[in-house]
Ligand binder design. Structure first.
Ligand code: NAI
Length: 337
């Protein structure tokens, strides 16, 4: 059976999701798109030659009987309203990160989903589907390096626009490490500290860059994330796990190796196209798991809530310059994998 998708928000990433659902994900198609920019959306779909209905509001799209599953790829502040309506209508939901922009709204979504009685929501933390991270996790889980003790991660961007602020280093950027690192080492966060080393001259004055975010888990694993969003040279994601008996590194982003002009070189990606395959895989998992189990894959709405609570503590630590505790209720049985 083909799953009919309705996409809310056809901007930068929304368009790539429409394209992957129309062209690459099997068992899926797009029947409707909603965007406040109706004209822009119509002309984009016309250019593509796709006869897909266009709505102005998420409510019309959610109520369309030809829509089985909703992709939420609008601006972050609009996510919670769409997701709560879609849960009420009993539709499956693939939400881009963030699930919602506040922990309270994430909690509302979790409560609504549990009340509904069946998991409907998958959150777009695509790194869990990236081949490199999957290999890293398999190696950690196999016990190859004994127990993990330290994690060193880097999240580097070439540049960011003027509108990017210091807290966005957490809520837009480190949010991906927040999700993937505790999953990688099978542990929960306990506390976080943020520090500001020597600052680059290649940044806007209002922004702190780089920053160092240090987490400690319940089992005392030390996880350090260096976030540097004006590196000038590329989008570079690194992750190293130090264990009792060895060290594991995330495989490099792979491109062809070029021998030319007396040099050997490989490429570094420019942006989130680094994870194109992971986006495809996360959508395929969403579709396949719904077909097989009647529920989407993980990460769940609970993971979206955990990320929001953790991000709040990080943002607090940016200003307090102190160790902040990350306090979370016990994970409900409803969300156990
Ligand atoms: P964008 O600004 O390019 O697109 C947002 C689109 O949503 C626009 O077309 C806008 O008109 C539409 N929109 C806004 N409010 C709406 C509403 N209430 N109803 C219907 N349409 C509405 O933003 P972008 O970069 O595509 O990001 C969208 C979401 O995807 C964000 O939550 C962002 O954090 C997330 N994202 C995730 C990435 C990842 O790596 N997983 C990468 C890039 C974005």
């Amino acid at each position: 059976m083909t799953l009919n998708f309705g996409v809310v928000g056809a901007g930068g990433i929304g368009k790539t999701h429409i394209e992957r659902l129309m062209q690459r994900v099997s068992g899926a198609t797009v029947t409707a798109v909603a965007d406040i920019n109706v004209e822009g959306t119509k002309s984009y779909l016309q250019e593509k030659n796709w006869a897909i209905k266009v709505y102005e509001t998420d409510t019309e799209l959610i109520n369309d009987p030809e829509v089985d599953a909703i992709v939420v790829s609008s601006w972050g502040p609009a996510h919670a309203g769409t997701i709560l309506q879609a849960i009420e209508a009993g539709k499956y939901i693939f939400s881009e990160k963030p699930l919602a922009t506040t922990a309270e709204d994430c909690q509302r979504i979790v409560d609504a989903e549990m009340k509904h009685g069946k998991r409907l929501v998958q959150v777009g933390f695509m790194r869990r589907f990236d081949e490199g991270y999957v290999q890293l996790k398999e190696a950690v889980d196999s016990g190859l390096i004994g127990e993990p003790l330290l994690v060193n991660a880097q999240h580097f961007n070439p540049t960011v626009p003027d509108s990017y602020t210091t807290d966005m280093a957490i809520t837009d950027t480190v949010i991906h490490e927040i999700d993937v690192l505790h999953w990688l080492v099978n542990d929960d966060y306990e506390s976080v500290e943020v520090s500001f080393p020597r600052q680059t001259r290649n940044k806007f004055g209002h922004l702190a860059d780089p920053q160092i975010v240090r987490f400690e888990t319940k089992n005392k694993i030390a996880l350090e994330v260096q976030v540097f969003v004006n590196t000038q040279y590329g989008y570079d994601i690194q992750c190293q796990v130090v264990g009792e008996n060895g060290v594991l590194d995330l495989p490099e982003f792979s491109t062809v190796r070029l021998r030319k002009d007396f040099k050997v070189s490989t490429g570094i990606s420019e942006g989130w196209n680094r994870f194109t395959r992971a986006y495809d895989t996360e959508f395929q998992a969403f579709v396949d798991t719904i077909q097989e189990k009647g529920q989407p894959a993980f990460p769940s709405a609970w993971d979206g809530y955990v990320a929001a609570v953790t991000a709040d503590a990080c943002v607090k630590a940016q200003t307090s310059k102190q160790r902040e505790l990350i306090v979370m209720p016990e994970k409900p049985a409803f969300y156990q994998e």
